[in-house]
Design a binder for this molecule. Structure first.
Ligand code: PRX
Length: 660
């Protein structure tokens, strides 16, 4: 199912980019990372990771750093015991930082709340006691379906504290998407809110939970945080957060769990219609989240104000809002809303208000800011910013330079961080103050990490060559499997280069002449829309579940703002009616996908076609459809079963009525 990496002209564009930006002497002198870090890791990888694990508080020290004898299932810090929430909260209070603000929370309507570490400890303790009162304990699964309110973070940490696994489901996913995720891991509890603010208005959230829970018998209770004061239907499973949690004691003694105790499940799209429940455990995950957050963002806990704009529904929110930053005693901004509510300068207003010094966001948002215009950030004082980060998709050099000039004042280093839900933490990124940055390149594996670009045979390519990105050494925050599906875990990540024992990331990449890595996008049937992974099959299944659709093929077409946009080709059923291809009907199909998966999966464009291009064995040739979607001349059709199909599709498009 893999295509050859480096298709299209992305590679050529990247090859013309040769600018480099060395760190300033001032930055380099004060940087957490020094060049010796690479040497140290190379000299003794396990000793290096053991040293990083010392960043945490262990109730019992480990006996063995890594046990890889059960590959591809790793065990890190074997025999060690710790409590993840204690490491993120209590120990900072105990070391005298109870009055330090942990979270400057900024609500979309303009309300705000400063939460100190002492307060965080009380809130998490109360929530942990509430979980215990409901009989939730070690290894139970708790679904969290919430907007970016402080209680979402309290809930995650409370789960960690009692050893329960959280499964955070992005609040933009549909009831059906929530239901399948709850069902897959048999969650006993759901934590949600009555509603959420979206673009200035309260929107209901709980009805989706009601719908999901009605079809998910494992759920015994639903805790509801009152956020928008929207009237909600009530069932006998429901309990208000303010009634249950606020009446609990704010004292709670954390229990130490095994280093390999499961911490969370997070679902992500794969190449089939069924999302994968990525499983992460405690000690190794927290070690790498903490280590990377410290060095990649150059965090100074006493002076920095950090802001990661991700949602806790994605892995970036897990590792770089909750676990990494809090384990490092960060002071951070958490923002509830959208970047243009109530105006397009909202982010910069927040940077100015809190003096944000480290800002971590996604290329799609940077490109949106570019569209809105450089005059907007120029109106604000952004001089506090000293490190900028990017994550989720390849950042094009234009956006990188714009970010540097208009947000970073032409001087803040940009760290382009490559990683995945599966890797748990950052794997490839320049270290600020050490590495001269290059616009568009994630550059090199962090100290302690092994990554390579290899050809079809698993042989490393020469500098200047392209191929597949693989990870050739186990790493502490690696996934420990796919929930309930060992075979899929082995197949997806470990079979492509099974002989070599490499983890196959699913990304194409290339080395430049210096051996720096440039990511080229996915090589499988996974799209990357605004930094979110959506599988083509998932959208196809949603489309064919609509009564008017006979067949569907979905491709990710390049998009100036979102990286890729979803383009669907559908064949309608015979009896679908004359108007089934009309604008109304197309809108209904887009809405249907939003209902099945969530608004993020709504196709940008739906084209009604009489046929789909297939090989003789019946496989849809997405490559040709991508050509159509990107308005290119259709490529080689010799392997098509019926080469006239592409003419039919093109003819259909020219009629103009097929587009949304
Ligand atoms: O294709 C790569 C892309 O995002 C995928 C991982 O998606 P997800 O698990 O949702 O995690 C996103 C946040 C870590 C990768 O396989 N990706 C992520 N970061 C980058 C990237 N592509 C290029 N450059 C990056 N910095």
């Amino acid at each position: 199912m893999t295509q050859s990496p480096g298709q299209g002209n992305a590679l050529d564009n990247l090859l013309t980019e040769s600018r480099t930006f060395p760190p300033s002497d001032e930055f380099a002198a004060q940087a957490n990372a020094q060049p010796a870090l690479y040497e140290e890791a190379k000299a003794d990888r396990e000793a290096f990771w053991a040293k990083q694990a010392e960043r945490l508080h262990w109730d019992t020290k480990w006996d063995q750093v890594l046990d890889w004898s059960g590959a591809p299932f790793a065990k890190w810090f074997v025999g060690g015991k710790l409590n993840v929430a204690y490491n993120c909260v209590d120990r900072h209070v105990e070391s005298g930082h109870g009055d330090q603000v942990a979270i400057h929370w900024e609500g979309e309507p303009g309300d705000s709340r400063a939460i100190t570490y002492a307060e965080l400890q009380r809130e998490v303790s109360k929530a942990a006691n509430a979980l215990t009162s409901l009989g939730i304990g070690a290894e139970d699964r708790v679904a969290i379906y919430m907007p970016m309110v402080p209680e979402a973070i309290f809930a995650m940490l409370a789960c960690a504290r009692v050893g329960a696994m959280h499964s955070v489901v992005f609040g933009g996913f549909s009831a059906e998407a929530l239901r399948t995720r709850i069902e897959d891991s048999a969650c006993r509890l759901v934590i949600t809110t009555d509603g959420q603010y979206r673009r200035g208005n309260p929107a209901p959230l709980k009805p989706a939970v009601d719908e999901a829970v009605a079809g998910a018998p494992s759920v015994e209770k639903v805790i509801v945080v009152k956020r928008t004061d929207t009237e909600v239907a009530w069932t006998d499973k429901d309990v208000w957060w303010h009634e249950l949690v606020d009446s609990q004691s704010d004292q709670h003694t954390p229990e130490a769990f095994d280093s390999e105790h499961p911490l969370f499940i997070l679902y992500t799209s794969g190449t089939t219609g069924k999302p994968k429940g990525i499983l992460h455990t405690s000690g190794g995950y927290l070690t790498q989240a903490s280590y990377t957050h410290n060095y990649v963002f150059d965090l100074k806990p006493d002076t920095d104000v950090y802001w990661c704009t991700a949602d806790i529904g994605w892995v970036t929110g897990h590792s770089y809002i909750v676990y990494g930053p809090l384990s490092n005693r960060v002071t951070q901004v958490v923002y509830e809303g959208t970047p243009n509510t109530p105006h397009e300068g909202r982010h910069w207003e927040i940077v100015q208000k809190y003096g944000v010094s480290i800002y971590y966001t996604a290329p799609t948002l940077i490109r949106t800011f570019m569209k809105w215009g450089a005059d907007i950030p120029a109106k604000y004082d952004l001089s506090s910013l000293r490190v900028l980060g990017s994550v989720g998709e390849p950042i094009n050099p234009e956006a990188w330079i714009w970010y540097r000039e208009n947000v970073g004042g032409g001087k803040a280093p940009i760290v382009d961080t490559w990683w995945q839900t599966e890797t748990g933490a950052i794997m490839i990124s320049p270290l600020p103050g050490v590495v001269s940055t290059k616009p568009g390149s994630a550059q090199r594996p962090l100290p302690g990490i092994g990554a390579k670009v290899v050809n079809d045979e698993g042989v490393e390519v020469e500098h200047g060559g392209g191929g597949y990105l693989v990870l050739d050494e186990p790493w502490p925050s690696m996934l420990r499997g796919i929930w309930g599906d060992e075979e899929r875990y082995r197949d997806t990540y470990w079979s492509r280069f099974g002989e070599q024992g490499f983890y196959f990331a699913g990304d194409g990449a290339k080395y430049d002449a210096d051996g720096d890595i440039w990511l080229l996008g996915r090589v499988d049937d996974v799209m990357n829309v605004s930094g979110h992974r959506i599988s083509t099959t998932e959208v196809e299944s949603a489309l064919v579940s609509h009564p008017t659709v006979a067949e569907a093929a979905v491709v990710g077409a390049s998009d100036d703002t979102t990286g890729q946009g979803i383009v669907a080709f559908v064949i309608l059923r015979g009896g679908a009616g004359a108007d089934a291809g009309g604008a109304e009907a197309i809108k209904a199909l887009r809405d249907h996908v939003a209902k099945e998966i969530g608004p993020i999966a709504k196709p940008r464009q739906i084209m009604v076609v009489p046929e789909l291009p297939k090989t003789r064995s019946g496989k849809i040739m997405r490559r040709l459809l991508r050509d159509v979607a990107e308005n290119r001349t259709v490529g080689d059709v010799t392997t098509l079963a019926d080469s006239s199909v592409m003419d039919l599709i093109s003819a259909g498009l020219q009629s103009g009525k097929a587009e949304d």
